[in-house]
Design a protein around this ligand. Structure first.
Ligand SMILES: [Zn+2]
Length: 116
């Protein structure tokens, strides 16, 4: 079912995770590492990705797309979509930065790679 399991993006981690939230995301993080991010950063990421997912879903709906073009809102939607993608990317970068910082301070990497 999860054909695209990817390696956790934290250096030294041997775990993998599925690209569950976004089919086109390039990086994933295992649950153990993701849990190291602050709840605020996790919530921000969840919100931004949900928004992006909803927008992309609409975008992929041919009826909606036709209506956009007919209403002359195509460019506006392009802008909205790229802004949402930008926000999602930034939220993910924040999560990753927090996790990497926490990993360094808690020596989580040593623990995880010892199991490999
Ligand atoms: Zn990991």
């Amino acid at each position: 079912m999860f054909s695209d399991q990817l390696r956790c993006c934290v250096p030294g981690c041997t775990h993998s995770a599925a690209r569950v939230s976004l089919p086109n995301c390039v990086e994933v993080m295992c649950e153990a590492h993701y849990a190291l991010a602050s709840p605020a950063a996790q919530a921000r990421r969840a919100r931004s990705e949900e928004r992006l997912r909803v927008l992309q879903q609409r975008w992929n709906d041919p009826a909606y797309f036709d209506r956009l073009v007919a209403d002359g809102k195509y460019l506006k939607m392009c802008g909205t979509l790229s802004l949402a993608a930008e926000n999602a990317k930034r939220a993910w970068t924040d999560v990753k930065a927090e996790v990497l910082a926490a990993t360094k301070s808690r020596r989580f990497t040593a623990k995880v790679s010892a199991a490999a």
